[in-house]
Design a protein around this ligand. Structure first.
Ligand code: HAM
Length: 431
C-alpha cells in the first residue's frame, strides 16, 4: 500500500532547484545574448566544459577548507568508482581546460553554466544556480583586471541596473599572507569572546573566514581588524594601485572593502564583488571574482596567472525586478492560422510563413472554430489567418487583426506570406 502511494505521488524538482518556463525564459535568452555581445567585443570566446569533473579538481583548485568544497559539493562515484563532482562553480573547470588544451595566451573564455552547491535554500540561494562568467589566463597585467571589472560593470549598466555597489580589495600574493594571518589571529584572539557562536572557538582554523562572516558580532569586531592591504609587498601594492587608477580612469565607481576575502581559497591580489543595493534579501551579491594566480599550478599546470568573475543569473534577474528594469517581453507571433477545413491548410501555411521568417502558430487536435479562435486570442498573435471552406474554394484567406484596430481583409492565399511580411516589417519600423 505504501509503495502504491509513492508511485502515484507527483515527482517534483529537487529542493533548491527550479524550472524556468516560457515566457520568463525569454529574459534568460536576452540576458545571455547581451552578455555574449559584451564578451565578444572584449575578445572572449564561448567555452564549454563538462558539468561534472574529477572531484580532485575542486578539492585542489578551490581548497579543501572552503565551505563550497567541504560542506556543499555534490560528490559521487561513477559505476567504475571514479570520484566525481558536479561543478560548484565555473573557474576551476575553465582553468583545467586551459591546462589540458594549451591554447595560446592570453586566453579569454566566457561561459554560461549551472553550478551546484548543497546550501540551505532561501531567497537568492539555490542548490542549482546559474552563472555567466569570464576567465582570462596568461597575464598578470593590472590593466586586464580593470578590463574584466569594467566588463561586468558595463553589463549591469546594459541591463538598466543603477544601484550596484562595487567593492574591491587585494588579497596580496602567497608571501604577503602569513604575516597578515599572524596579525589577524592575534587580533581575533584578543576579541574572541565578542565573536559569533561559530567563530568564537574556531577562528584560528581559518581566520580569514571571520572577515567574511556577515553576523553582527563578527562584523563589529572585524571593523577594526588589521587590513590585508596594509601587508602587501611593493609589487602587489603597485598592482592594486594601478587597478584602482584604471577603474577611476574608466569611470567605474568602486570602494575599497578591506574585509572582502570571498569564499573560495584560490584568490590572490585583486578581488571584487558587486552587490545589488535594491535587493533587501541577505543574498544580494550579484557577481564576484578576482585573480587566482596560483590556481593553474595547484591543479598540476604550469604557473599561469588568471582572473575572472561569475555573475549569478537568478540574483541578477531579482535585482532587475527590484529596480524595475530589463523586463523583456517576447515579441508576439505575427500569425495564428485558424483552419476549419480539416487541418491540411494550417499545416502547410504555418510552414510557409515560418520559411519567410515569420512566427506562425496554430491549434492542433481538430479543435472547433470557437476553440481555435480562443487560442488565437490567448496567444497574443497580431493576426488570425482564417481559412474556412469558403476561403479554400476561392483561394483566399481572411486576415483578422487581434491586437490592433482595423478591419478584416481578404487576401489571396498565394500572397498572404508576403503581405504579412510587409505588415510585420512596418510594425517593427513603427514600433
Ligand atoms: P561566487 O561568488 O561563489 O564566485 O559566485 C558568483 C556569483 O554566483 C555570486 O555573486 C552569486 O551571484 C551567485 N551565486 C553563488 N552561489 C549561489 C547560490 N547558491 N544561489 C544563487 N546564486 C549563487 C564564484 O563562483 C567564482 N567562480 C567567481 C570567479 C570567476 N572568480 C574568478 N573567476
Amino acid at each position: 500500500m505504501a509503495d502504491e502511494q509513492v508511485e502515484t505521488e507527483v515527482v517534483r524538482a529537487p529542493k533548491g532547484t527550479h524550472d524556468v518556463l516560457w515566457p520568463e525564459s525569454s529574459r534568460w535568452e536576452a540576458l545571455v545574448a547581451a552578455f555574449a555581445v559584451r564578451a565578444r567585443r572584449a575578445g572572449f570566446g564561448l567555452t564549454l566544459t563538462p558539468v561534472f569533473e574529477d572531484a580532485r579538481l575542486f578539492r585542489r583548485g578551490i581548497g579543501g577548507q572552503s565551505d563550497v568544497v567541504n560542506k556543499e559539493m555534490y560528490e559521487f562515484t561513477d559505476r567504475d568508482g571514479r570520484p566525481l563532482a558536479l561543478r560548484p562553480e565555473g573557474t576551476a573547470p575553465i582553468v583545467r581546460a586551459f591546462v589540458q588544451n594549451h591554447p595560446p595566451v592570453p586566453w579569454k573564455a566566457w561561459y554560461v553554466t549551472p553550478a551546484f552547491r548543497y546550501e540551505q535554500p532561501q531567497a537568492g540561494r539555490y542548490r542549482q544556480h546559474h552563472q555567466l562568467g569570464v576567465e582570462v589566463l596568461g597575464t598578470e597585467d593590472p590593466d586586464l583586471d580593470v578590463e574584466v571589472i569594467a566588463l561586468a560593470a558595463g553589463f549591469y549598466a546594459d541591463l538598466g541596473l543603477r544601484r550596484i555597489d562595487l567593492a574591491v580589495n587585494s588579497m596580496g600574493c602567497a608571501e604577503d599572507r602569513p604575516p597578515y594571518v599572524t596579525a589577524l589571529t592575534a587580533f581575533l584572539s584578543e576579541h574572541a569572546a565578542e565573536l559569533c557562536d561559530e567563530h568564537r572557538e574556531r577562528f584560528s582554523i581559518n581566520p580569514l573566514r571571520v572577515l567574511d562572516c556577515k553576523r553582527p558580532p563578527c562584523r563589529a569586531v572585524t571593523e577594526n581588524a588589521p587590513r590585508l592591504v596594509d601587508f602587501l609587498d611593493e609589487s602587489c601594492t603597485a598592482h592594486f594601485a594601478r587597478v584602482r587608477a584604471g577603474l577611476e580612469a574608466l569611470g567605474v565607481g568602486h570602494r575599497l572593502e578591506p574585509r572582502l576575502v570571498r569564499g573560495l581559497d584560490y584568490y590572490t591580489r585583486t578581488t571584487f564583488e558587486f552587490a545589488a543595493e535594491a535587493l533587501t534579501t541577505a543574498q544580494n551579491a550579484v557577481g564576484g571574482g578576482g585573480r587566482y594566480d596560483g590556481l593553474a599550478e595547484a591543479i598540476g599546470g604550469d604557473p599561469t596567472p588568471g582572473i575572472g568573475f561569475g555573475i549569478g543569473i537568478e540574483r541578477l534577474l531579482m535585482a532587475c525586478d527590484a529596480e524595475g528594469c530589463f523586463a523583456i517581453h517576447p515579441p508576439p507571433a505575427e500569425a495564428f492560422v485558424i483552419d476549419f477545413t480539416g487541418g491540411e491548410e494550417a499545416r502547410d501555411l504555418v510552414d510557409e510563413l515560418r520559411r519567410t521568417g515569420l512566427t506562425a502558430l496554430r491549434a492542433y487536435d481538430g479543435r472547433s472554430p470557437k476553440s481555435q479562435m480562443k487560442q488565437a486570442d490567448r496567444s497574443g498573435a497580431r493576426f488570425a489567418v482564417i481559412i474556412g471552406p469558403e476561403e479554400l474554394a476561392n483561394g483566399v484567406v481572411t486576415l483578422r487583426p487581434l491586437r490592433e484596430d482595423g478591419d478584416e481583409q481578404t487576401v489571396t492565399r498565394r500572397d498572404i506570406a508576403t503581405h504579412l511580411s510587409d505588415l510585420s516589417s512596418k510594425g517593427r519600423s513603427e514600433g
